[in-house]
Structures are given as C-alpha cells and as structure tokens.
Design a binder for this molecule. Structure first.
Ligand SMILES: Cc1cc2nc3c(=O)[nH]c(=O)nc-3n(C[C@H](O)[C@H](O)[C@H](O)COP(=O)(O)O)c2cc1C
Ligand SMILES: Nc1ncnc2c1ncn2[C@@H]1O[C@H](COP(=O)(O)OP(=O)(O)OP(=O)(O)O)[C@@H](O)[C@H]1O
Length: 315
C-alpha cells in the first residue's frame, strides 16, 4: 500500500495520479461499518480496473477544533494504517487536519482533495460530511462533483438497531465489554505497549506478570480482570490480565492503573519488549482482598475461567 501525506494547500496535479476509487472518512477503529465502506470502494475499483484508495485525517478533528488535549483512539494512526493495509487497499491518503483545512468550503474540499487527485468514484457512509461545518453531505456530492466523478453511499450498518460507530465502540470499551467491542469492530480490540519492571511481587505469589506500559493514546478498558492474548516477538500467547491499582497492596491509589498480564506457559525475560495485548472477555472487577492467600485463590479461579474461555472459543 502506498502512503501519501497531504496537507492544505497541496501541489499535486490530477495527471500525477492513476484513476482511482476513494473511500472517505476518519475511520478510527476500522470497524465493521468502515470495512463495508472500504471494501465497497475496492469492489468498484476492481470492476473499473482502477486503483482503490482510502482518505483519512489526522489528528482527530476534535483535537483541532475543540482543542481537546488528547483523544483516546481505538486505532492510533499506526494501527489504522496497518489495518487498512490488511484490507489490500492500493493507496492511503493521510490528510493533516488543521484549522485551515477545516475552513475549506465543501466545493474547495471536493476540488482539491477529490477532483485534483484524479478520483473517479467516491464511496462514503450515509452520514459522511465534508467542508466547513460539515455542510457537504452525500446529497450535495453530485452537485459539487462537477460531473468529474460518481459516488456510492453505503447504508447504515447496525447492531441491534444501533449504528456501529467509533463513538459507540469507545463507550463499549470504556464499559469493559471488550467481547461486544470485538463484535462491533470485527477483530478484538488491541493495545500496544512496552514491558516494564513492576514491583516483582507477582513471582513471589506464584503468578509472575508482564507489566505493560500502554502507549499513550490508546483507549483502555476499565480496571478489572480480562482474558487476553499477548503478541510477543510475533508469537501469540494466552493469558489473564489485571488492569488496576492493586488495592490489596496499596493504601494509596497510584496515579495510573497498571496493566499486567500473567502469560500462560511462559517464563522468558521480556523486559523492554514491545507487545500487543488483545482484549477478549471481561472476567470480573478488581477487588481489595483481606490477605494475599485470598488473592491467590481468586487468581487461580481467574486463570481457570480464562483457560475455559479460550478452550470453548476453539470448539
Ligand atoms: C489475574 C490477576 C488478577 C488480579 N486481581 C487483583 C485484585 O483483584 N486485587 C488486587 O489488589 N490485585 C490484583 N492483582 C494484582 C496482583 O496484586 C499483582 O499481580 C501482584 O501484586 C504483583 O504485582 P507486581 O507486578 O507489581 O509485582 C491481580 C493480578 C492478576 C494477574
Ligand atoms: N455504521 C456505519 N454504516 C455505514 N457507514 C458508516 C458507518 N459508520 C461509519 N460509516 C462511514 O464510514 C466513514 C468513516 O466514518 P467516521 O469514522 O467518519 O464515523 P463513525 O465511525 O460513525 O465515527 P463517529 O462515532 O466518530 O461518528 C464515513 O464515510 C461514514 O459515513
């Protein structure tokens, strides 16, 4: 997949590009609704015998327009690129989202970022908007197209009558229902991070854990215990993860919750490794136990529940 970064204004001319079909949207999560849009663009491109392309924006418009300091992403940019690449798209345009770009009139956006890139067909969802204040819609697109391209609108993709959207998925992850997030995304939610040193208490209680410092801009589930897999040096392992403050040991709540995975059948040294955690199922909430023995008994049960979950999944 070819990656092309654009900002406004850009100097590209129509004749610098092959003809293409373009899917448009922000695409955080590359969820099932997004996949429908992108795969539709690919299908039309294949029929026309031209290139397939996706256009996304970075950073999130809210960061620029409402000056939100940071936004938690389902798929930060690097993951979004990888996931779109896995859909076998030919070209990915990443448009720098700035105040100047957001101020473009709908016709200017279409002229500069669709017609001037030699796009022959646009695909977007029923609620896609473009141009200043989102004034351009799929109804206005034929008017702004200057008869230079056609368009296809993808109908609303729903789950139990609710639109599948990045906003819904963020809410679902924040509620802890990572299994439902997987249903909506079409893949388990995943977060990347680095293995750091913890208090080294884990091994003394019989459950050594990899402490994962999650990279900043991921949305992570709430505190609790989860069935996970962890990808280390391209190998996937099953495990049980606690996100939390370890109230059994800490009188004072630490600043940030820790993310620690007890990896099954594993005892390699992995400090400093970059890993990916895939979230499959919430097992329970984090608790303060009276003593370490009670905690150990509970972790044994968590481990058994997780092993059972993964066994059932394979059947
Ligand atoms: C599956 C699992 C469940 C856990 N549940 C709790 C819990 O409910 N309450 C708690 O205080 N600590 C819980 N812990 C955290 C342990 O206290 C922690 O792993 C241990 O103190 C080691 O910490 P360290 O990595 O900082 O050395 C859990 C850990 C695991 C692996
Ligand atoms: N459920 C859906 N059904 C059909 N099209 C969708 C669906 N969700 C998103 N799209 C389309 O996919 C593209 C990218 O969507 P975008 O990321 O802008 O919105 P979203 O997933 O609805 O997120 P948000 O919650 O931020 O509105 C747009 O063209 C949008 O219309």
């Amino acid at each position: 997949m070819k990656l092309i970064k654009l900002s406004y204004p850009h100097n590209f001319k129509k004749n610098e590009f092959d003809e293409m079909v373009l899917a448009l949207g922000y695409f955080d999560g590359v969820h099932k609704g997004h996949q429908k849009v992108i795969l539709k663009a690919k299908e039309i491109a294949d029929k026309m015998g031209v290139k397939s392309a996706v256009m996304t924006f970075n950073p999130h418009p809210l960061v620029v327009l409402r000056k939100e300091i940071g936004i938690d992403y389902i798929t930060p940019l690097e993951d979004k690129i990888q996931t779109i690449e896995n859909l076998n798209v030919d070209i990915l345009f990443i448009v720098e989202f700035t105040r100047e770009f957001a101020a473009l009139l709908p016709q200017q956006f279409v002229d500069e970022f669709i017609i001037n890139l030699n796009v022959k067909h646009v695909v977007a969802g029923f609620d896609f908007t473009y141009g200043h204040l989102g004034k351009g819609t799929m109804e206005t697109i034929p008017f702004h197209s200057r008869e230079q391209f056609l368009h296809t609108t993808v109908e609303k993709q729903t789950d139990h009558d609710r639109k599948i959207s990045s906003t819904l998925i963020r809410e679902v992850i924040r509620s802890g229902d990572v299994a439902y997030a997987q249903t909506l995304i079409g893949r388990p939610h995943s977060t990347k991070g680095r293995v750091i040193h913890g208090d080294k208490r884990g091994r003394t209680i019989g459950f050594p854990t990899a402490n994962v410092e999650v990279f900043d801009d991921y949305i992570i589930p709430p505190t609790g215990v989860y069935a996970v897999t962890i990808n280390i040096k391209k190998q996937v392992y099953e495990g049980v993860c606690n996100i939390g403050y370890k109230p059994t040991f800490h009188e004072e709540k630490p600043l940030k919750p820790s993310v620690e995975v007890h990896i099954f059948n594993f005892n390699n040294e992995i400090y400093g490794e970059n890993v990916t955690v895939f979230w499959f199922k919430r097992i329970r909430s984090e608790q303060k136990f009276h003593n370490v023995e009670e905690l150990i008994e509970q972790i044994k049960l968590d481990k058994a529940a997780t092993i059972q979950f993964f066994e059932k999944k394979l059947v």
